[in-house]
Design a protein around this ligand. Sequence first.
Ligand SMILES: [Zn+2]
Length: 361
Amino acid sequence: MKICKKCILTDAYPGLSFNEEETCSLCSSYHVFEPFGEDKLIRIIEDAKARKKGEYDALVPLSGGKDSMYILYLAVRVYNLKVLTMTYDNGFTSQLAVTNMDRAVEKMKVNHIVCKPESEVLKRIYKNMLLRSGDICGACGIAIRAHMFKVAHDHGIPIILLGTSPLEEDSFLPDTTQDIGRFKHIMREDRCITKKEMNDFLVYPDMNYFKLSFGKRTGSFAKEVCPLFYVKNPSDREMGELIAKELDWKDDTGREYSKHFDCIAEPFTNYVRYHIYGYERRMCQYSTMVRRGEITREKASGLYKSDHIMDKPANYQDVLDMLNIDEKDMEGVLKIKPLKYERYVSKANKLFIKLMKFVKK
Ligand SMILES: [Zn+2]
């Protein structure tokens, strides 16, 4: 196994190559991220205010994690926006994330909508996705995104402010787990849910990138804006300190770097991912932090070791119980081949991505 001399990625990461100095291709092609500029963000915000059809300027989806909390703070306190917040309850939201959200919403004096799908259907979907593809995050991502657009549409909100940061780039490559065509194919294979249940879960069952892009242009869908790509990003630690002070946000175990503890299934999904692919989200995130100069390689190594990704997480059995699966099912899951369903991704989406690459060139 090859390990990069600069970050902690290994050759298990799909498509990664190494040069003579044993540096990985992501490190050797890395350049310091230059934010697009706050003036551009302000222009987008002003434009959105002029286009709103209801009382709110922006929708801020909350997960209970750091990034979305920071965005809420920026939107309300820095850019003085009239904000609506929303959360998709995927059944795995940690209690701490729930109380963090409640406190933040109260402090910022904003309204908060919680979308709660039928939990029994949700479990069947997750179980089927896990047993067949080894991934549940993709299905969850599809549903979260669809609900965001729905809430924004219902309230006439022109923009959705997301906590996605440049730090998260490259954390889950290269399979397209959030593809709706792939999702539908897997669901149909098992027939575990009815057509109505699937349509309710997807909200927009016939969505593709062309329709979404057209809808955003014509104003029937809100535009997604990631403020952390426009302004200078605080480090993970600075962000944590700020939201602790301003939103009364609390960390779980006092861990210095704890992304995604808002979802209690996250360690489980990393564990599965590690055993199928040999890499997972944390390895990528720590590596990006090293590249950005936030932590040293030694620190990243130490943090990664202390995460014990390859071992069953502490709440492993709880997650299995929630998904109604057993150890025997898990043996099958860990043997799933990477990229098993890639050829079932939506043809329209594939074409759209190709076109976008061409346009960019
Ligand atoms: Zn590297």
